[in-house]
Design a protein around this ligand. Structure first.
Ligand code: FE2
Length: 423
């Protein structure tokens, strides 16, 4: 007797009419017409059952602060940074916890069950670190929150930041962050990459740096990140976030860089909503898109994830925790419209970020954790097209969120029949 069987599922790999059996929080069988009884049965009616969405790049310490202390009127990065500076001294731990908990509710409702969030360590009080460590524990039963110690103002440039970053790691923050392009010089940027990678190697931690988030084609800290990853044996444990300078780099240089990244096992995390909004702002026309070279990275065998980065904060007043919206934007910006590329975009918000975070048991195979999302769509491409409703979300086999199916009913003049369809 199983705990749950979800029958007649389509799966992201193209299999159809599969039954998924779940017991003790794990998937125990995936096959057609599973001959097993279960305490609960759900008929998926041929719709897509997916592993949960994973956000590889987020800022939970600023989320849902939109409008505090005032709205970013220009919508620019510079006004966003000024606003964050105004907000920081007013932050309280309770406000940080409340906003982060509210966002985690949004996330679960959208089938987003794992988030890697950067947390700013340039505040000597480490208020946000304390708050998000508390939130990490509170949401653990239903959401995996991985925290990155992120020196927003530069680990070398900001006085005390290195000590604070070390303290944050001592307190239990999971991943070493950095922002080399924001240090005062290229040399300081390279030095920051070296010392942060060494710190991660000493402590056995992963690395995820905001790297080259600029339109400057000569911002090449990703090369240094790949070098130290290789030197220190950190292959498979390091990610470069944003990497927007790659968009503007010389093609010949990129042809050297991609194999170096591949050799070092460095992953790439693009943030399509934010990159398309904030990059290219100094351009007139033609105006650069600014997102990193996603199809070329994938073709070179480098794992790529799409991150949300911001939701309703000083930098970005939009977003809702919907990773299908993120992938939809990434698909358009990268012109990934082939059937195969659209599926890759779905993987960039599911299996790829799960691997980058090192999540255990993410997937739909026997032995995987029964973290699952039933979408109102037949396949990944339709899920992207419709930003499909998350009908049911399970965590370890337990139902944690449901949303009614989207149905539009029309009453049209001259059409006596009521028309109902999925909008
Ligand atoms: Fe970021």
């Amino acid at each position: 007797m199983l705990d749950l069987v979800i029958r007649h599922c389509a799966l992201p790999d193209g299999r159809t009419d599969q039954d998924v059996g779940i017991h003790n929080g794990r998937i125990v069988a995936v096959q057609p017409a599973l001959p097993a009884q279960a305490a609960h049965e759900v008929d998926a009616e041929g719709q897509l059952l997916s592993p949960p969405f994973v956000d590889a790049h987020f800022h939970m310490d600023s989320t849902l602060s939109h409008g505090q202390p005032r709205v970013n009127q220009s919508g620019t990065l510079l006004e966003g940074i000024a606003l964050w500076g105004e907000l920081k001294p007013q932050l309280t731990q309770q406000a940080l916890v409340d906003r982060a908990m509210a966002y985690c509710d949004w996330a679960v409702a959208r089938g987003l069950l794992a988030i890697r969030s950067h947390v700013d360590v340039c505040d000597p009080r480490l208020l946000a670190v304390e708050a998000l460590l508390h939130v990490r524990e509170r949401v653990k039963p239903y959401l995996d929150l991985q925290l990155v110690a992120f020196p927003q103002d530069g680990v070398l440039r900001s006085p005390g930041a290195l000590d604070q970053l070390r303290r944050a790691l001592d307190m239990g923050v999971d991943v070493v962050g950095g922002i080399p392009h924001f240090e005062r010089t290229m040399a300081d940027g390279a030095e920051s990459v070296r010392l942060l990678c060494e710190l991660a190697a000493e402590r056995g931690l992963r690395v995820d740096m905001h790297c080259d988030e600029t339109d400057d084609p000569l911002s090449r800290h990703i090369e240094t990140l790949a070098f130290h990853t290789q030197r220190l044996g950190l292959q498979g444990r390091v990610a470069g976030s944003h990497l927007t300078s790659m968009h503007s780099m010389d093609n010949y240089y990129v042809s050297k860089l991609l194999p170096l990244m591949r050799e070092a096992g460095v992953a790439a995390i693009a943030n399509p909503l934010i990159n398309i909004t904030l990059q290219g702002r100094h351009d007139t026309y033609p105006k650069r898109r600014g997102m990193t070279r996603v199809p070329e990275l994938l073709a070179a065998g480098i794992p790529v994830a799409f991150g949300h980065d911001c939701v309703m904060d000083p930098w970005y007043g939009l977003g809702s925790g919907d990773m299908l919206e993120v992938a939809h934007m990434g698909l358009h910006v990268a012109q990934m419209t082939s059937q195969a590329a659209m599926k890759q975009c779905f993987e960039a918000v599911t299996v790829n970020p799960a691997a980058i975070l090192g999540l255990e048991g993410h997937g739909i195979e026997p032995g995987c954790r029964a973290d699952l999302v039933l979408l109102q769509a037949r396949d990944p491409v339709e899920a992207l097209r419709l930003r499909a409703t998350r009908l049911h979300v399970w965590r370890a086999g337990r139902l944690v969120a449901s949303t009614p199916a989207a149905v539009a009913r029309l009453a049209l003049p001259g059409r006596p029949d009521t028309v109902a369809f999925r909008p």
